[in-house]
Design a protein around this ligand. Structure first.
Ligand SMILES: NC(=O)c1ccc[n+]([C@@H]2O[C@H](COP(=O)([O-])OP(=O)(O)OC[C@H]3O[C@@H](n4cnc5c(N)ncnc54)[C@H](O)[C@@H]3O)[C@@H](O)[C@H]2O)c1
Length: 268
């Protein structure tokens, strides 16, 4: 593995939430490979330690912080700790998220609805606000929120997730306007149908079990139906996400803010 001591993002400090998860870790490794130092935030302590070990291999300074994004106080104190440890925050990848149950709206469990909104919307807001306050004080920063194509077209059986990701697109647009005067850009990414792996399998199985007219009850057929709805006729690989995030964080995107970029094989 190559270590980078003077890359494109050398001297930059990035905060990543959901950093122990698949996309968060992939982005952390990529930003570290470009020279950024990284604060990794996640709920899951053990997975977070493993992620930190992996990201350190790129030669960057990496610190793990156990933080529940639904707890505003925890987010605020963790952000203060990150600034105390690293001195500033240049980049935020606001990415922690949860899919919740798959069921038609008339059967959708209220508990799941509330949980998904708490994590995906309130959590993203807490992190965005805490980090934005620091960036406003610094008069610079770049933020990428993880939305989803479920926040562009409401998918069947995903009332909570769809609503939460539409909210992320709205939050991105409003934050981009509120923070533009402070030299802070805010954009979003919208992945869809990323695989292979547990997330892909889980989505396929849950849609099959939801038993609606939109998908077969046979998971193998569901997988074919999903891929058939993608113009590029394949699912996306997780490795196709980090480069888009680093582009949006970089000066190459210096005139882009409030944008939601699909990473979705042609689904618009
Ligand atoms: N994987 C996909 O196909 C896909 C597609 C579109 C959007 N997304 C979005 O990408 C983001 C990352 O998802 P992923 O696929 O890496 O999933 P993942 O489950 O691998 O990672 C999510 C991470 O978020 C963390 N997390 C959950 N609740 C938290 C909380 N309250 N506080 C702090 N951390 C918390 C989890 O511990 C986990 O490590 C999510 O916002 C998800 O909605 C994923």
């Amino acid at each position: 593995m190559t270590t980078h001591t003077s890359g494109q993002f050398s001297g930059k400090i990035a905060v990543i939430t959901g950093a122990a998860g698949t996309i968060g870790l992939a982005v952390a490794e990529h930003l570290a490979s470009l020279g950024a130092d990284i604060a990794l935030l996640d709920l899951q302590k053990d997975k977070l330690e493993d992620a930190a070990t992996k990201v350190r291999q790129y030669g960057s300074t990496v610190r793990p912080y156990v933080c529940d994004v639904t707890d505003a106080q925890c987010v605020n104190s963790t952000t203060e700790q990150v600034v105390s440890d690293f001195g500033k925050i240049d980049f935020l990848f606001n990415n922690a998220g949860f899919q919740g149950a798959f069921a038609p709206i008339q059967d959708y469990p209220e508990e799941d609805f509330n949980r998904v909104i708490q994590i995906n919307v309130c959590g993203a807001f807490h992190v965005l606000q805490a980090v934005a306050r620091q960036m406003v004080a610094q008069k610079s920063g770049a933020i990428v929120n993880t939305a989803s194509m479920a926040g562009v077209q409401g998918p069947p059986n995903m009332a909570a997730y769809g609503a939460s990701k539409f909210a992320i697109v709205g939050l991105t647009q409003t934050a981009s306007k509120d923070l533009a005067p402070h030299n802070i850009r805010v954009n979003a990414i919208s992945p869809a149908f990323m695989g292979p792996g547990p997330m892909w399998d889980m989505q396929v199985e849950k849609q099959a079990k939801a038993k609606t007219q939109y998908f077969s009850t046979d998971p193998e057929t569901v997988a074919k139906q999903m891929i058939g709805s993608v113009p590029m006729r394949r699912y996306g690989n997780i490795s196709e996400i980090p480069g888009v995030v680093s582009f949006l964080l970089s000066d190459a995107a210096s005139y882009m803010t409030g944008v939601n970029l699909p990473i979705a094989g042609g689904i618009l």
